[in-house]
Design a protein around this ligand. Structure first.
Ligand SMILES: [Zn+2]
Ligand SMILES: [Zn+2]
Length: 332
Protein backbone atom coordinates (compact mmCIF):
# COMPACT_ATOMS: atom_id res chain seq x y z
CA UNK A 1 0.00 0.00 0.00
CA UNK A 2 1.19 3.50 -0.72
CA UNK A 3 0.96 6.10 2.00
CA UNK A 4 -1.71 7.92 -0.06
CA UNK A 5 -4.09 5.01 0.25
CA UNK A 6 -6.53 5.65 3.10
CA UNK A 7 -6.87 2.78 5.54
CA UNK A 8 -10.29 1.75 6.75
CA UNK A 9 -10.61 2.72 10.38
CA UNK A 10 -12.07 0.44 13.02
CA UNK A 11 -15.02 2.79 13.59
CA UNK A 12 -15.98 2.32 9.96
CA UNK A 13 -16.89 -1.34 10.36
CA UNK A 14 -18.90 -3.64 12.57
CA UNK A 15 -18.68 -7.40 12.93
CA UNK A 16 -21.35 -9.54 11.28
CA UNK A 17 -22.63 -12.57 13.16
CA UNK A 18 -22.50 -15.98 11.47
CA UNK A 19 -26.30 -16.24 11.55
CA UNK A 20 -26.61 -13.00 9.65
CA UNK A 21 -24.01 -14.07 7.11
CA UNK A 22 -25.91 -17.29 6.50
CA UNK A 23 -29.11 -15.24 6.05
CA UNK A 24 -27.29 -13.08 3.48
CA UNK A 25 -26.04 -16.24 1.79
CA UNK A 26 -29.59 -17.55 1.43
CA UNK A 27 -31.42 -14.33 0.52
CA UNK A 28 -28.76 -12.60 -1.58
CA UNK A 29 -26.72 -15.42 -3.11
CA UNK A 30 -28.48 -18.80 -3.23
CA UNK A 31 -32.19 -18.02 -3.50
CA UNK A 32 -32.00 -15.73 -6.56
CA UNK A 33 -29.90 -18.32 -8.44
CA UNK A 34 -32.35 -21.11 -7.51
CA UNK A 35 -35.30 -19.01 -8.62
CA UNK A 36 -33.68 -18.22 -11.95
CA UNK A 37 -33.00 -21.93 -12.41
CA UNK A 38 -36.64 -22.65 -11.54
CA UNK A 39 -37.88 -20.05 -14.04
CA UNK A 40 -36.40 -21.94 -16.99
CA UNK A 41 -38.48 -25.17 -16.67
CA UNK A 42 -41.51 -23.10 -15.61
CA UNK A 43 -41.29 -21.01 -18.78
CA UNK A 44 -40.60 -24.16 -20.78
CA UNK A 45 -43.49 -26.11 -19.32
CA UNK A 46 -46.27 -23.55 -18.95
CA UNK A 47 -44.94 -20.48 -20.74
CA UNK A 48 -45.28 -16.91 -19.55
CA UNK A 49 -48.52 -15.14 -20.37
CA UNK A 50 -48.82 -11.46 -21.27
CA UNK A 51 -50.49 -10.76 -17.90
CA UNK A 52 -47.49 -12.04 -15.96
CA UNK A 53 -45.09 -10.20 -18.28
CA UNK A 54 -46.86 -6.88 -17.73
CA UNK A 55 -46.90 -7.35 -13.93
CA UNK A 56 -43.25 -8.45 -13.89
CA UNK A 57 -42.18 -5.51 -16.09
CA UNK A 58 -44.04 -3.03 -13.87
CA UNK A 59 -42.46 -4.51 -10.71
CA UNK A 60 -39.04 -4.45 -12.41
CA UNK A 61 -39.34 -0.76 -13.31
CA UNK A 62 -40.53 0.17 -9.81
CA UNK A 63 -37.69 -1.82 -8.17
CA UNK A 64 -34.88 -0.55 -10.42
CA UNK A 65 -36.07 3.09 -10.39
CA UNK A 66 -36.48 2.79 -6.63
CA UNK A 67 -32.87 1.67 -6.24
CA UNK A 68 -31.40 4.07 -8.83
CA UNK A 69 -33.33 7.22 -7.94
CA UNK A 70 -34.31 6.51 -4.33
CA UNK A 71 -31.74 4.37 -2.50
CA UNK A 72 -28.80 5.51 -4.65
CA UNK A 73 -29.11 9.04 -6.03
CA UNK A 74 -31.42 10.59 -3.41
CA UNK A 75 -30.58 8.93 -0.09
CA UNK A 76 -26.99 7.75 -0.53
CA UNK A 77 -25.63 10.66 -2.58
CA UNK A 78 -28.06 13.54 -1.95
CA UNK A 79 -28.17 14.38 -5.67
CA UNK A 80 -31.46 16.22 -5.18
CA UNK A 81 -34.01 17.15 -2.55
CA UNK A 82 -37.54 15.87 -2.59
CA UNK A 83 -40.78 16.50 -0.74
CA UNK A 84 -41.81 14.02 1.94
CA UNK A 85 -44.35 12.15 -0.18
CA UNK A 86 -41.84 11.55 -2.98
CA UNK A 87 -39.10 10.55 -0.50
CA UNK A 88 -41.35 7.94 1.08
CA UNK A 89 -42.55 6.71 -2.32
CA UNK A 90 -38.95 6.32 -3.52
CA UNK A 91 -37.97 4.53 -0.30
CA UNK A 92 -40.81 2.05 -0.76
CA UNK A 93 -39.99 1.59 -4.45
CA UNK A 94 -36.35 0.85 -3.54
CA UNK A 95 -37.55 -1.60 -0.89
CA UNK A 96 -39.39 -3.56 -3.62
CA UNK A 97 -35.94 -4.63 -4.91
CA UNK A 98 -35.33 -6.60 -1.68
CA UNK A 99 -31.72 -5.41 -1.46
CA UNK A 100 -31.78 -4.69 2.26
CA UNK A 101 -32.81 -1.85 4.57
CA UNK A 102 -31.95 1.60 3.21
CA UNK A 103 -29.31 2.50 5.81
CA UNK A 104 -27.44 -0.78 5.29
CA UNK A 105 -27.40 -0.35 1.50
CA UNK A 106 -26.30 3.30 1.72
CA UNK A 107 -23.55 2.59 4.30
CA UNK A 108 -21.93 -0.10 2.12
CA UNK A 109 -22.22 2.10 -0.93
CA UNK A 110 -20.67 5.18 0.67
CA UNK A 111 -17.73 3.03 1.75
CA UNK A 112 -17.48 1.72 -1.82
CA UNK A 113 -17.06 5.29 -3.09
CA UNK A 114 -14.48 6.24 -0.48
CA UNK A 115 -12.22 3.24 -1.17
CA UNK A 116 -13.30 2.31 -4.72
CA UNK A 117 -11.03 -0.46 -6.04
CA UNK A 118 -8.61 -0.07 -3.13
CA UNK A 119 -8.28 -1.70 0.24
CA UNK A 120 -11.51 -1.06 2.14
CA UNK A 121 -13.81 -1.27 -0.90
CA UNK A 122 -16.49 -3.81 0.07
CA UNK A 123 -16.77 -5.18 -3.48
CA UNK A 124 -13.88 -4.50 -5.85
CA UNK A 125 -13.51 -7.03 -8.70
CA UNK A 126 -9.77 -6.32 -8.56
CA UNK A 127 -9.45 -7.63 -5.02
CA UNK A 128 -7.50 -10.77 -5.88
CA UNK A 129 -5.42 -9.58 -8.82
CA UNK A 130 -5.48 -8.35 -12.36
CA UNK A 131 -5.78 -11.29 -14.67
CA UNK A 132 -7.16 -14.73 -15.40
CA UNK A 133 -8.62 -16.69 -12.55
CA UNK A 134 -7.82 -13.99 -10.00
CA UNK A 135 -9.96 -11.49 -11.89
CA UNK A 136 -12.74 -14.03 -12.37
CA UNK A 137 -12.69 -14.73 -8.65
CA UNK A 138 -12.72 -10.98 -7.99
CA UNK A 139 -15.75 -10.51 -10.22
CA UNK A 140 -17.64 -13.26 -8.40
CA UNK A 141 -16.67 -11.56 -5.13
CA UNK A 142 -17.88 -8.14 -6.42
CA UNK A 143 -21.10 -9.60 -7.82
CA UNK A 144 -22.44 -11.58 -4.84
CA UNK A 145 -19.53 -13.24 -3.01
CA UNK A 146 -18.90 -10.36 -0.63
CA UNK A 147 -22.37 -10.67 0.92
CA UNK A 148 -21.28 -13.91 2.53
CA UNK A 149 -17.49 -13.71 2.79
CA UNK A 150 -17.25 -10.29 4.48
CA UNK A 151 -16.92 -10.70 8.24
CA UNK A 152 -17.51 -6.99 8.65
CA UNK A 153 -20.15 -4.57 7.44
CA UNK A 154 -20.00 -0.81 7.14
CA UNK A 155 -20.98 0.80 10.43
CA UNK A 156 -24.19 2.71 9.93
CA UNK A 157 -23.34 5.08 12.77
CA UNK A 158 -20.15 6.03 10.93
CA UNK A 159 -21.37 6.14 7.33
CA UNK A 160 -25.00 7.25 7.44
CA UNK A 161 -25.64 9.36 10.59
CA UNK A 162 -27.77 11.68 8.45
CA UNK A 163 -30.09 8.82 7.45
CA UNK A 164 -30.25 7.45 10.99
CA UNK A 165 -31.40 10.91 12.10
CA UNK A 166 -34.29 10.84 9.63
CA UNK A 167 -37.45 9.50 11.34
CA UNK A 168 -38.97 8.40 8.02
CA UNK A 169 -35.86 6.37 7.15
CA UNK A 170 -35.83 4.81 10.64
CA UNK A 171 -39.49 3.85 10.31
CA UNK A 172 -38.89 2.40 6.85
CA UNK A 173 -35.96 0.29 8.06
CA UNK A 174 -37.97 -0.94 11.03
CA UNK A 175 -40.81 -1.91 8.68
CA UNK A 176 -38.44 -3.51 6.17
CA UNK A 177 -39.68 -7.13 6.61
CA UNK A 178 -43.18 -5.89 5.83
CA UNK A 179 -41.86 -4.07 2.77
CA UNK A 180 -40.32 -7.33 1.54
CA UNK A 181 -43.66 -9.09 1.99
CA UNK A 182 -45.31 -6.31 0.02
CA UNK A 183 -42.80 -6.82 -2.80
CA UNK A 184 -44.27 -10.31 -3.32
CA UNK A 185 -47.85 -9.69 -2.21
CA UNK A 186 -48.37 -6.84 -4.69
CA UNK A 187 -47.70 -8.81 -7.90
CA UNK A 188 -49.66 -11.80 -6.52
CA UNK A 189 -52.65 -9.57 -5.72
CA UNK A 190 -52.40 -7.90 -9.13
CA UNK A 191 -52.37 -11.29 -10.89
CA UNK A 192 -55.21 -12.64 -8.76
CA UNK A 193 -57.46 -9.61 -9.28
CA UNK A 194 -56.63 -9.34 -12.98
CA UNK A 195 -57.50 -13.00 -13.64
CA UNK A 196 -59.95 -13.36 -10.74
CA UNK A 197 -58.34 -16.72 -9.99
CA UNK A 198 -55.86 -18.35 -7.60
CA UNK A 199 -53.67 -19.78 -10.40
CA UNK A 200 -53.43 -16.21 -11.74
CA UNK A 201 -52.18 -15.05 -8.33
CA UNK A 202 -49.64 -17.89 -8.08
CA UNK A 203 -48.16 -17.39 -11.54
CA UNK A 204 -47.91 -13.60 -10.98
CA UNK A 205 -46.18 -14.35 -7.67
CA UNK A 206 -43.66 -16.50 -9.54
CA UNK A 207 -42.92 -14.09 -12.42
CA UNK A 208 -43.69 -10.65 -10.96
CA UNK A 209 -42.44 -11.55 -7.49
CA UNK A 210 -39.81 -14.27 -7.28
CA UNK A 211 -38.21 -14.27 -10.74
CA UNK A 212 -38.35 -10.46 -10.94
CA UNK A 213 -36.55 -10.18 -7.56
CA UNK A 214 -33.80 -12.53 -8.77
CA UNK A 215 -33.34 -10.63 -12.04
CA UNK A 216 -33.36 -7.24 -10.29
CA UNK A 217 -30.60 -8.45 -7.94
CA UNK A 218 -28.28 -9.64 -10.69
CA UNK A 219 -28.91 -6.53 -12.76
CA UNK A 220 -28.03 -4.30 -9.79
CA UNK A 221 -24.95 -6.29 -8.81
CA UNK A 222 -23.64 -6.14 -12.38
CA UNK A 223 -22.80 -2.47 -11.77
CA UNK A 224 -20.36 -3.62 -9.05
CA UNK A 225 -18.88 -6.47 -11.08
CA UNK A 226 -19.15 -5.60 -14.81
CA UNK A 227 -19.03 -1.78 -14.63
CA UNK A 228 -15.80 -1.90 -12.60
CA UNK A 229 -14.13 -4.33 -15.01
CA UNK A 230 -15.13 -3.87 -18.66
CA UNK A 231 -16.22 -0.89 -20.74
CA UNK A 232 -14.77 2.49 -21.56
CA UNK A 233 -13.55 5.12 -19.16
CA UNK A 234 -13.83 8.56 -20.76
CA UNK A 235 -13.18 10.37 -17.45
CA UNK A 236 -10.14 10.30 -15.21
CA UNK A 237 -10.80 8.59 -11.90
CA UNK A 238 -8.59 6.91 -9.32
CA UNK A 239 -10.64 3.72 -9.61
CA UNK A 240 -11.74 1.47 -12.46
CA UNK A 241 -15.36 2.54 -12.75
CA UNK A 242 -16.50 2.26 -16.37
CA UNK A 243 -19.42 2.58 -18.78
CA UNK A 244 -21.16 -0.54 -20.05
CA UNK A 245 -24.12 0.33 -22.27
CA UNK A 246 -26.16 -2.82 -21.72
CA UNK A 247 -25.72 -2.61 -17.96
CA UNK A 248 -26.83 1.04 -18.24
CA UNK A 249 -29.97 0.05 -20.12
CA UNK A 250 -30.88 -2.74 -17.69
CA UNK A 251 -30.25 -0.51 -14.65
CA UNK A 252 -32.07 2.49 -16.16
CA UNK A 253 -28.94 4.63 -16.25
CA UNK A 254 -26.71 3.27 -13.47
CA UNK A 255 -24.29 1.49 -15.81
CA UNK A 256 -22.82 4.85 -16.91
CA UNK A 257 -20.63 4.34 -13.90
CA UNK A 258 -17.44 6.23 -14.84
CA UNK A 259 -18.76 9.81 -14.43
CA UNK A 260 -20.62 8.68 -11.32
CA UNK A 261 -17.26 8.04 -9.63
CA UNK A 262 -16.04 11.51 -10.68
CA UNK A 263 -19.09 13.26 -9.17
CA UNK A 264 -21.13 10.86 -7.04
CA UNK A 265 -23.60 13.58 -6.06
CA UNK A 266 -24.49 14.38 -9.68
CA UNK A 267 -28.11 13.46 -10.50
CA UNK A 268 -27.21 12.42 -14.05
CA UNK A 269 -24.87 9.47 -14.66
CA UNK A 270 -25.12 9.28 -18.45
CA UNK A 271 -23.56 12.66 -19.25
CA UNK A 272 -22.15 12.09 -22.73
CA UNK A 273 -23.92 12.18 -26.08
CA UNK A 274 -26.06 9.10 -26.64
CA UNK A 275 -25.87 7.93 -23.01
CA UNK A 276 -29.54 7.37 -22.22
CA UNK A 277 -30.23 7.79 -18.49
CA UNK A 278 -33.94 7.12 -17.77
CA UNK A 279 -33.42 7.71 -14.03
CA UNK A 280 -32.08 11.21 -14.69
CA UNK A 281 -35.01 11.81 -17.05
CA UNK A 282 -37.47 10.90 -14.31
CA UNK A 283 -35.69 13.18 -11.81
CA UNK A 284 -36.04 15.98 -14.39
CA UNK A 285 -39.80 15.28 -14.58
CA UNK A 286 -40.02 15.37 -10.77
CA UNK A 287 -38.22 18.71 -10.84
CA UNK A 288 -40.60 20.14 -13.46
CA UNK A 289 -43.58 18.93 -11.45
CA UNK A 290 -42.18 20.76 -8.41
CA UNK A 291 -41.67 17.54 -6.43
CA UNK A 292 -37.86 17.70 -6.52
CA UNK A 293 -35.57 20.69 -6.12
CA UNK A 294 -31.90 21.52 -5.65
CA UNK A 295 -31.07 18.92 -8.30
CA UNK A 296 -27.34 18.67 -8.95
CA UNK A 297 -27.09 18.56 -12.73
CA UNK A 298 -23.68 18.11 -14.39
CA UNK A 299 -21.50 21.18 -14.81
CA UNK A 300 -20.19 21.39 -18.43
CA UNK A 301 -16.93 22.96 -17.23
CA UNK A 302 -16.27 20.07 -14.84
CA UNK A 303 -17.19 17.58 -17.56
CA UNK A 304 -14.58 18.99 -19.92
CA UNK A 305 -11.97 19.29 -17.19
CA UNK A 306 -12.27 15.64 -16.19
CA UNK A 307 -12.30 14.19 -19.68
CA UNK A 308 -9.41 11.78 -20.12
CA UNK A 309 -7.08 13.07 -22.84
CA UNK A 310 -6.13 11.07 -25.93
CA UNK A 311 -3.00 9.96 -24.13
CA UNK A 312 -4.93 8.56 -21.20
CA UNK A 313 -3.94 5.00 -20.36
CA UNK A 314 -5.96 2.24 -21.99
CA UNK A 315 -7.05 -0.89 -20.16
CA UNK A 316 -3.68 -2.59 -20.66
CA UNK A 317 -1.53 0.28 -19.36
CA UNK A 318 -3.78 1.42 -16.56
CA UNK A 319 -2.06 1.62 -13.20
CA UNK A 320 -2.71 -1.72 -11.63
CA UNK A 321 -4.87 -1.92 -8.55
CA UNK A 322 -2.92 -3.36 -5.63
CA UNK A 323 -2.64 -7.06 -6.33
CA UNK A 324 -4.54 -9.21 -3.89
CA UNK A 325 -6.00 -6.41 -1.81
CA UNK A 326 -5.45 -7.27 1.82
CA UNK A 327 -8.72 -7.71 3.69
CA UNK A 328 -9.94 -4.99 6.05
CA UNK A 329 -8.89 -5.29 9.69
CA UNK A 330 -10.21 -8.49 11.22
CA UNK A 331 -11.62 -9.71 7.89
CA UNK A 332 -9.96 -13.10 8.11
ZN1 LIG B 1 -18.64 1.89 -8.29
ZN1 LIG C 1 -22.85 5.70 -6.00
Amino acid sequence: MTSRTPQPGTAEMVTVTTGRRVAYLVVLVLLPVLLLALAVPAAWGWGVGPRDLVIAAAMYLVSIFGIAIGYHRLFTHRAFKAGRALRIALMLAGGMAVEGPLTLWAAEHRRHHKYADREGDPHSPWRYGDSGLALLRGMAHAHVGWFYTARHRSSRRHWVPDLLADPDVRRFDAAYPGVVLLSFALPAAAGGLWSMSWPGAWSALLWGGLVRYAVVHHVTWSVNSIAHTFGDRPFRTRDRSSNVWWVAMLTLGEGWHNWHHVEPACARHGVLRGQLDPSARLIRWFERAGWAHGVRWPDPVRLTARRAGPASPGPAERPAAPRGLPPPPGDA
